[in-house]
Design a protein around this ligand. Structure first.
Ligand SMILES: CC(C)(COP(=O)(O)OP(=O)(O)OC[C@H]1O[C@@H](n2cnc3c(N)ncnc32)[C@H](O)[C@@H]1OP(=O)(O)O)[C@@H](O)C(=O)NCCC(=O)NCCS
Length: 198
């Protein structure tokens, strides 16, 4: 059974584990290896503890009791046109990918942002990350691009955006505004890594 719920301070260790693990399976060949090797779970624990306390949305996906993914978002941090909300991060363990969990987390975040009075959502993604296809598949349009430095490498990243958050929640499995906890049967629709390079 899959549960999508708001994170609590007790979840920060597992969120940090998912975060570091997912970076290390997603970004080899994109982000310098030394940078990935140096990622620190204690640093992530601190950052997520602060994130949860700050009032941004942090939602976790729990599969049969284990946290396998998370999403965070809130008001946009850097202006992009009319966009007022932002998806800050979404990461799943590799073995949990490709089962609809990312879409469920996205819909939950969209509902939360609508509940905050926000209307749209943007996200920044590295050009080489196939996750951009996930964003396009869920209705996002490409907005702008820029360079970013990560671990000494200059990389290109693009912003994608959903101009109307209602389009994300309208086909949602449930009304997730004010999300606290939602359960639904898990489903596997395609092999977890079939469309990914790693
Ligand atoms: C990106 C991510 C959150 C997507 O979550 P997911 O659970 O794997 O995606 P879903 O199963 O919900 O897929 C939803 C739709 O997007 C499509 N999709 C998902 N990832 C895709 C990809 N890499 N390429 C092409 N299509 C993709 C699915 O096929 C599905 O389409 P459908 O509705 O027609 O069946 C997840 O794969 C992940 O954590 N990736 C590694 C971390 C990462 O890159 N995070 C983003 C950083 S910006």
């Amino acid at each position: 059974m899959l549960t999508i719920r708001s994170a609590t301070p007790d979840d920060v260790e597992q969120i940090a584990h998912v975060h570091v693990d997912s970076w290390r399976t997603t970004y080899p060949g994109i982000v310098p290896g030394e940078y990935l090797a140096a990622l620190s779970i204690p640093d992530r624990v601190t950052a997520w503890r602060e994130g949860i306390a700050s009032g941004i949305a942090v939602h976790v996906a729990q599969l049969n009791g284990e946290i396998v993914g998370f999403i965070s978002g809130g008001p946009i941090r850097e202006p992009i046109g009319i966009y007022d909300g932002e998806l800050y991060a979404v990461y799943l363990l590799q073995q949990a990918q490709g089962q609809g969990i990312g879409r469920a987390l996205l819909q939950g975040l969209a509902g939360w942002l609508l509940g905050q009075g926000l209307k749209s959502m943007a996200v920044w993604v590295l050009e080489q990350n196939p996750a951009k296809h996930f964003y396009m598949r869920t209705g996002a349009e490409r907005l702008v691009s820029k360079s970013i430095e990560i671990g000494g490498a200059i990389l290109s990243e693009a912003a994608y955006g959903w101009p109307d958050l209602r389009s994300l929640v309208k086909d949602s499995w449930r009304n997730s505004i004010g999300l606290t906890s939602t359960q639904f049967p898990n489903r596997r629709r395609h092999p977890p890594t079939s469309h990914r390079p790693n």
